[in-house]
Design a protein around this ligand. Structure first.
Ligand code: SF4
Ligand code: FES
Length: 364
């Protein structure tokens, strides 16, 4: 089978970020090393030549990079669809106008909760009001807006209020995304894990909201993986759709792959994206289904090409073996390890957040 073309490049421009969210998907060992502008321009060129159609600028906080306008312009000139994924802490109307004239096509702004004090507690600093202003500026600039809310035990019960905030902002798209336990969220698992009842109620509220608001706003509910009995195809399958480029140039098949044991990832400083995608051992190791072991190899549901055995990072974290079936799957001999993670500690034992730190940097 020929290697599929990658659809998207996720450009993690920096791990610097003004916020300290405890569910951040960045690795706990945040990188200070960053690619220079010339290398990013080369990567963008190579991505377009490889057939990539969308480029997400993310981080950390991509606005912390002063060359962001140049990178957006380069991507737009190569007809890549550009999406800025931002905390919006430092996004004002002027910065937005510059990015828009450089060719930016979409902005995704994250919110932590509807109430400012509760939202700021999760973000680790006062940020909510600035985010609101930024989201409104995106609308005023006529750019498509996605509102993203990461959901967990401390905000799921405020879902109606959060959906009220969403309705006021009138985004084109909404992602109500339950925490995926990677990066800092693993360190905060006991602080973030919701109950099954919270999830059930919140999902029903999102369903009602979707019906009420109508087709003009696309409302996604991203389920909590740990409450499923069959896994999702993480990243749409290893090496099938996406290349993640970390701030230091490491090319990864998913946001968390740098933590996988026994793997070395190629760097865009040393190799072309084409070589990385087609020929690197890292991108080929879990591509397709040939690498699978039991029970995936003879899956009773025949889901090999639907979920690709689930998440390699979760499999490695819960079993020590990146080749194992994702323990979220009910057929995994380690399924109980995933079920055990659903346990919510009693009130008096609930831990405080471990806030993300690099040395928080405020973008100018
Ligand atoms: Fe998916 Fe493997 Fe479970 Fe089958 S056994 S549902 S392929 S994870
Ligand atoms: Fe790495 Fe799922 S997060 S494969």
């Amino acid at each position: 089978m020929p290697t599929p073309r990658p659809l998207s490049l996720i450009a993690e421009l920096t791990h610097r970020c003004p916020l300290r969210c405890p569910y951040c998907s960045n690795p706990v060992d945040l990188r200070r090393d960053e690619l220079d502008t010339a290398t990013w321009l080369r990567v963008i060129d190579q991505a377009a030549a490889l057939g990539v159609v969308q480029l997400a600028f993310t981080g950390g906080e991509p606005l912390a990079r002063h060359d962001l306008d140049d990178l957006v312009r380069a991507a737009a000139e190569r007809e890549l669809y550009t999406n800025l994924i931002t905390s919006a802490f430092a996004l004002d109307a002027d910065r937005l106008a510059r990015l828009r004239s450089a060719g930016l096509e979409h902005v995704q702004v994250s919110f932590q909760d509807a109430d400012p004090a509760r939202a700021d507690l999760i973000a680790g600093r006062r940020a909510h009001e600035r985010k609101l202003a930024a989201a409104r500026a995106v609308k005023d600039a006529g750019l498509p807006l996605t509102v993203n809310v990461v959901l967990h035990r401390h905000n799921l019960d405020h879902i109606e209020e959060i959906l009220g905030l969403v309705a006021d902002l009138e985004p084109d798209r909404v992602e109500m995304a339950n925490v995926q336990y990677e990066g800092w969220a693993v360190a905060n698992h006991a602080a973030l894990m919701p109950t099954a009842e919270q999830l059930k109620n919140a999902e029903a509220a999102v369903r009602r909201f979707r019906e009420r608001i109508g087709p003009g706003m696309r409302v996604l509910w991203v389920a909590s993986d740990l409450y499923e009995d069959v896994p999702q195809p993480c990243m749409g399958g290893w090496g099938r759709q996406t290349i993640v480029c970390a701030p230091d140039g490491a090319a990864l098949p998913c946001l968390s792959a740098s933590g996988l044991p026994g793997m070395e990832f190629p760097n865009v400083r040393d190799h072309s994206l084409e070589w990385i995608w087609e020929r690197s051992e890292a991108f080929n190791r879990f591509r397709g289904t040939d690498w699978m072991r039991e029970p995936c190899r003879s899956c009773p549901l025949g889901r090999q090409e639907e979920d690709y055995g689930g998440c390699r990072c979760q499999a490695a974290r819960l079993t020590g073996d990146p080749y194992a079936t994702d323990p979220v799957c009910g057929f995994s001999p380690h399924h109980q390890r995933a079920v055990d993670l659903r346990t919510v500690p009693p009130e008096e034992e609930q831990p405080a957040y471990v806030y993300r730190t690099l040395r928080s940097t405020t973008p100018s």
